[in-house]
Design a protein around this ligand. Structure first.
Ligand SMILES: NC(=O)c1ccc[n+]([C@@H]2O[C@H](COP(=O)([O-])OP(=O)(O)OC[C@H]3O[C@@H](n4cnc5c(N)ncnc54)[C@H](O)[C@@H]3O)[C@@H](O)[C@H]2O)c1
Length: 246
């Protein structure tokens, strides 16, 4: 599935799932802009892409900030060209019982996980409209399907992403732009390793008996941003090893 000639922005591409997606899209031929609040990590990820023969730049960008997004987009356009693939992957997680959840915790979760994808899409969609072609993939979560104890703010933010995906899909379906979501199950990343989830136990309890890897999510993303997936929009693809069946 060749993405040659396309420019992709992958938010949160410094590590974990986003790093895997950046590597995969570059392998498919796209020039990749790795946007991450962790600038050093973004550079390391872009270097890894270059070492594997791909084209990439790194931008230190905080997706909560329209100014930061505008600066990253200006650099991406001038160094790589117009952007027609956006992967809204950057996110944070959190575990807190409802009665201990502060407004600050709630607001921060919404700002990164829900407002960030809105701000990135609003900034980049004009490039897609000009090209008459675009692909947006939002990374949601299987927790929107199953629920998750002590994660009400996280699950609410990711459920917002699922609804945002459907609304954008309808809005831009006639413009050559598809908008889909991927709902990962347990994926072995720094986020999950830093959480109270026992990844080995969760994996053992899942039908496939193993955790997901960033490459599993990247493979689905590679398909959704390809030409071949042009008739798929507004969908959530579950990549969860059978953990949750719709
Ligand atoms: N790992 C899992 O099991 C799992 C499951 C379901 C969904 N997800 C989702 O997948 C996505 C990637 O998760 P991961 O496990 O790779 O996480 P991770 O924490 O390992 O990586 C997330 C990346 O996002 C970046 N980031 C955070 N806030 C940012 C901001 N404001 N601006 C720019 N970059 C920012 C971080 O610096 C980091 O590089 C997230 O949206 C997460 O919610 C993960």
């Amino acid at each position: 599935m060749s993405l040659r000639g396309k420019v992709a922005v992958v938010t949160g591409g410094a590590r974990g799932i986003g790093r895997g997606i950046g590597l995969r899209l570059a392998q498919d031929g796209a020039a990749v802009a790795v946007w991450d609040v962790d600038g050093a990590g973004a550079r390391a990820a872009a270097d890894a892409i270059a070492q594997s023969g791909g084209a990439a730049i790194a931008c230190a960008a905080d997706i909560r900030s329209p100014d930061s997004i505008a600066a990253a987009l200006a650099r991406t356009r001038s160094e790589l060209g117009s952007v027609t693939i956006l992967v809204n992957n950057a996110g944070i997680s959190g575990f807190c019982a409802l009665l201990d959840l502060t407004e600050e915790m709630w607001d921060r979760m919404m700002q990164v996980n829900l407002k960030g994808p809105f701000l990135c899409a609003r900034a980049i969609v004009p490039d897609m409209l000009a090209a008459g072609w675009g692909r947006i993939v939002n990374i949601s979560s299987s927790s929107t399907q199953s629920g998750a104890r002590n994660m009400s703010h996280y699950v609410a933010s990711k459920s917002g992403v699922a609804g945002f995906t459907k609304a954008l899909a309808m809005e831009f379906a006639s413009k050559g732009i598809t908008v889909n979501a991927i709902a990962p199950g347990f994926v072995d990343t720094p986020m999950l390793r830093g959480s109270p989830v026992n990844i080995e136990a969760a994996a053992a309890a899942s039908p496939m008996g193993r955790p997901g890897q960033p490459e599993d999510i990247a493979a689905a993303c590679s398909y959704l941003v390809s030409e071949a997936a042009g008739y798929i929009t507004g969908q959530t693809i579950s990549v969860n090893g059978g953990r949750y069946l719709l």
